[in-house]
Design a protein around this ligand. Structure first.
Ligand SMILES: [Zn+2]
Ligand SMILES: [Zn+2]
Length: 463
């Protein structure tokens, strides 16, 4: 075996030629160690590797751990069928990013903002997951990773037959216009020729967002219907016999933020620990009550996991799953609480069900301080600015435009529009995103660009 090492900007490409087995793995170890010393990302091009044993896999995983520790990435590309099968069986493709070719892998490694669309592992299925299987939630984030399991506001929203038909029809029209033939690349067509609102769908499930800190304990925000899919993903990865700890922060106790808990399978499994945290005194009361007769057939007492409740004080940080989480009070009927998560110099803010009247300067400044220094802010953009200031004033929600303004004041890098209005279909949400980006552009002035994305169920963002 020989190994070619080349450099492409910040990426060191390690390309072994030949079998990786017990005899040749030390050569790969040495090449990867050298690549680690380059202080950039690493791509392992496996095009000329007909076989890789567990020794070879170990070398790559060891490199992955070293790079991850200081925020760098490793990716794999061009796996032969046999090697891909080995990697799948070993669970490697659940941890590492795999790309069909070198160009795509380098694009991923050199792009700081990563979404499921841009960088889903080849084996992880479609970026927008319409099944019960997980989105690409398995790899660990360098510092923080947000995985959106539920993004719809107020009530879950399913696509109807007419909605699906309209998407199929529009896609067929686009295919005919493009002269798509039987030998053309369908995935490339979907990605490049169809807008997201046609090839996918935004939020169907109600609020639930995972923040992966790389720690063994899980961290979640809200227990909307999206938590059911999170649970299925967690069980598929950890099984039911390995006890897990779930730290779940609740923004508030409105139904759309707690309705998923009766379907949260880990709560039925003895040995699991579930810690529910929030600033409302009635945390436990609300979760128990939603499972009482005559509203629900399965009583809370059926749960076999060790479930405890912890009432937090706004402004007082807590250390959870390797990160510092600070709750803060927001304007919403009965109060809601946003959360700032800090880890390793990076921060994200989860702020849903929050109205911003923008009239009280002191209040605006207080909120901006919560956001300052954060990379990504998940923001309640349920209404239009006009509605939030008029018809729906005091309904407890905010708008995309306010989100841009507040994030700009705080010099945030990325705004995530969240808690979508159930009335809005995918085309409308796509249009709102375009409009928000245009608003950001128009109002940018000399400031650095603010990235704006719309959350959808299955979206993965690295920070
Ligand atoms: Zn809500
Ligand atoms: Zn609410």
């Amino acid at each position: 075996m020989h190994i070619a090492v080349t450099r492409h900007g910040s990426v060191t490409v390690v390309a072994p030629h030949g079998r990786i087995d017990q005899d040749t793995a030390p050569m790969l170890d040495a090449a990867l160690s050298e690549a680690e010393g380059d202080n950039g990302h690493v791509l392992v091009d496996l095009k000329a590797v007909p076989y890789a044993s567990s020794m070879g896999l170990r070398s790559i995983v060891a490199c992955f751990k070293i790079l991850r520790a200081d925020g760098r990435r490793i990716a794999l590309c061009a796996l032969t069928d046999l090697v891909a099968e080995v990697f799948d069986i070993a669970g490697m493709t659940r941890v590492l990013r795999v790309f069909p070719d070198r160009a795509e892998a380098i694009a991923y490694l050199t792009t700081s903002e990563m979404t499921a669309t841009a960088a889903a592992p080849v084996s992880a299925g479609p970026a927008v997951d319409s099944s019960d299987a997980a989105p690409s939630a398995n790899a660990h984030a360098p510092t923080l990773r947000m995985i959106f399991w539920g993004t719809r506001g107020s009530i879950p929203k399913a696509l109807g037959a007419q909605d699906v038909r309209a998407k199929v029809r529009a896609a067929l029209e686009a295919a005919l216009r493009a002269g798509l033939g039987p030998t053309d690349d369908l995935d490339a067509f979907l990605e490049t020729r169809l807008p997201f609102h046609l090839r996918g769908t935004y939020g169907g499930e109600s609020s639930c967002v995972q923040v992966d800190t790389g720690h063994a304990e899980h961290m979640l925000f809200d227990l909307g219907s999206g938590v059911r899919r999170f649970a299925l993903d967690a069980l598929s990865r950890h099984g039911s016999s390995t006890p897990q700890t779930y730290n779940i922060f609740l923004s508030h106790l409105h139904w759309d933020h707690i309705m998923g808990f009766p379907f949260f399978v880990p709560a039925f499994i003895p040995g699991n620990r579930i810690r529910i945290l929030g600033c409302h005194e009635q945390l436990e009361f609300a979760l128990r009550r939603q499972q009482e007769q005559p509203c629900f057939p399965v009583d809370f007492s059926v749960f076999k996991a060790d479930i405890d409740f912890r009432v937090l004080t706004p402004g007082v940080p807590v250390e959870v799953a390797g990160a510092t989480v600070t709750p803060f009070r927001q304007l919403h009927d009965g109060d809601s609480y946003g959360y700032r998560v800090d880890r390793g110099g990076r921060a994200v803010v989860y702020s849903t069900d929050s109205e911003h009247k923008m009239a009280d300067h002191a209040e605006v400044e207080r909120f901006v301080r919560r956001l300052t220094g954060a990379h990504t802010v998940v923001f309640d953009a349920m209404y239009s600015l006009a509605d939030s200031f008029s018809l729906k004033e005091d309904w407890g929600h905010s708008s995309n435009v306010i989100g841009v303004d507040l994030c700009r004041m705080a010099d945030v890098s990325r705004l995530v529009l969240f808690h979508h209005e159930p009335i809005h279909d995918d085309a409308t949400l796509g249009r709102i995103l375009d409009q928000t980006r245009r608003y950001e552009e128009i109002n940018r002035g000399g400031a650095r660009p603010l990235e704006v994305v719309t959350a959808h169920d299955g979206l993965v963002l690295d920070i």
